[in-house]
Design a protein around this ligand. Structure first.
Ligand code: NAP
Ligand code: MG
Length: 451
């Protein structure tokens, strides 16, 4: 058993030291989850729903404690961390209604009746990245548990604390032992074992496209089910007919929130040429107003990056022409000022690659067709925004953009009531919304003869 030092990215101070699970420890937890499945799957639907509501209540009772953990462990702003706890509560509550509504169908056939059942898969593995440790965990474990599966969840090495706490709170809420298991440790050990272990019937992965591809390839060996939420290079497309002042005022939040460490970050701004000067004037004011400071302050808009490694990776994008920057604290911590780049052309690295930091690239387009073509010129397709007052244009562009989640005249992307996921190399499958249960069940068809 090895240990890991959790570091506060705002101060570089030690938060706590945790123990990492090794391979045999991982196998032991998977075995417990497989055993727990045999009873959890048979818990009456109403009872399972009640337990999930109790779990949601207990999470809500620990809101401040969980938020404090996330601020210290991940450098999330206080506002974001509180929202993230609420998101776990809301997602648990939303899916607590699912066990009682997991309907099959009755299909007309000759000679008898035909019914379908939605059966749970067994042990479901959830692999979580460090950027949104609580919400991304909940999007996996809540519907998985509701559908009657048991869960093994691996948080990212950098950010294990809130997931570990959620594991404790599940037990406190009366979720039976072995049903929801949190395994802190390395992706190359625990995550890789989820892929090869035959008792794990599905892997839900969120993280880099590179690791996602290797997980998909590994899962092929056992025809293991897989959901992937990967990278993004999303566009904020602003037409000259839009409310330019409003579009500019909201643009910083759409890319610098969570220090840009967001797969939905609108890290490309496409502004129609005739509105460029007006937009940049308003945008500069908004970027300079964006408060980068101690994330525990209620006024903070943005905290530090997660690690020195991420700081270095993001810094490598800063050799392109800079339009202007915001400000950031100096001294200890992985601080970076929000930065606005003007790449020379669409081949620039900042235009093509996911940055995962507080950096945005601005380019102009002439007309609707060019804006659409520029936005679609990417292997990614996760999110995006469209700003226009023309409803016909909003509809045409929404249908033309190859991406899973769009918002018009706003920047929302993940709402737990609606499906979330990517086109192209941004992912496979959808999370959240009314259909998520389909990703955690198999359809069984049964014909019963009249004889
Ligand atoms: P990553 O390596 O893909 O990590 C995501 C999760 O996968 C972590 O829990 C990680 O564990 C685990 N993992 C790593 N290697 C694995 C393997 N071979 N088998 C199974 N699980 C494995 O992402 P990262 O290195 O933290 O970040 C790199 C870049 O990925 C970022 O800069 C960003 O561009 C992108 N990213 C995207 C998202 C997103 O939301 N789409 C989230 C995070 C990162 P460990 O933490 O122990 O390595
Ligand atoms: Mg990695």
């Amino acid at each position: 058993m090895s240990t890991y030092d959790v570091i506060n990215p705002a101060t570089e101070k030690l938060v706590t030291t945790i123990e990492h699970l090794d391979l045999s420890g991982t196998d032991a937890v998977i075995a417990r989850a497989a055993k727990a499945f045999e009873t959890w799957r048979h818990v009456a639907p109403g009872e399972r729903g009640k337990m999930l509501r109790r779990f949601a209540d207990v999470v809500a009772e620990h809101k401040e404690e969980l938020a404090q953990l996330e601020i210290a462990n991940s450098g999330h702003t206080r506002g974001n961390a509180l929202w993230e706890v609420d998101n776990v509560v809301n997602v648990l509550t939303y899916y607590s209604a699912a066990p009682e509504r997991l309907f099959g169908r009755q299909i007309p056939v000759p000679g008898g009746i035909d019914v379908t059942f939605k059966e749970p898969l067994g042990v479901v593995a959830v692999i979580v990245p460090w950027n949104f440790p609580m919400p991304i965990a909940g999007w996996g474990f809540a519907p998985a548990l509701a559908a009657g599966n048991t869960v093994v969840l691996k948080p990212a090495e950098y950010t294990p604390l809130t997931a570990m706490k959620l594991g404790e709170l599940a037990l406190l809420a009366g979720i039976p032992e072995g049903v929801f298991n949190v395994l802190p440790g390395k992706g190359s050990v625990i995550g890789a074992r989820f892929v090869t272990h035959p008792a794990v019937r599905k892997v839900v992965f969120t993280g880099s496209t590179e690791v996602g591809k290797s997980i998909m390839a590994g899962c092929a060996d056992q025809v293991k089910r897989v959901t992937l939420e990967l990278g993004g290079k999303s566009s904020n497309i602003i037409f000259a007919d839009a409310d330019i002042a409003k579009a500019a005022a909201s643009a910083p939040g759409s890319v610098f929130d969570n220090a840009g460490q967001d797969c939905c970050a609108r890290s490309r701004i496409l502004i129609q040429k005739s509105a460029f000067d007006t937009f940049m004037e308003h945008f500069e004011v908004a970027v300079k107003k964006f408060r980068v400071e101690d994330p525990s302050l209620a006024t903070a808009d943005m905290g530090p990056l997660i690690s020195k490694k991420q700081f270095d990776a993001v810094s490598s994008f800063l050799d392109e022409p800079v339009a202007f920057t915001g400000s950031a604290p100096t001294g200890a911590g992985y601080w970076m000022a929000p930065t606005v780049l003007l790449p020379k052309n669409t081949q620039a690295r900042s235009w093509r690659e996911e940055v995962f930091g507080p950096v945005v690239s601005v380019m102009t387009f002439e007309d609707e067709a060019e804006g659409i073509a520029m936005a679609n010129d990417s292997e990614y397709g996760l999110s995006g925004s469209i700003w226009t007052r023309d409803v016909g244009r909003a509809l045409r562009v929404s249908r033309a953009i190859e991406t899973g989640n769009l918002s018009v005249n706003s920047h929302s992307s993940v709402r737990f009531w609606t499906p979330f996921g990517g086109f192209k190399q941004s992912g496979l499958g959808r999370e959240l919304g009314p259909d998520a249960l389909d990703s955690f069940t198999e359809v069984k068809n049964v014909f019963i003869s009249n004889d």
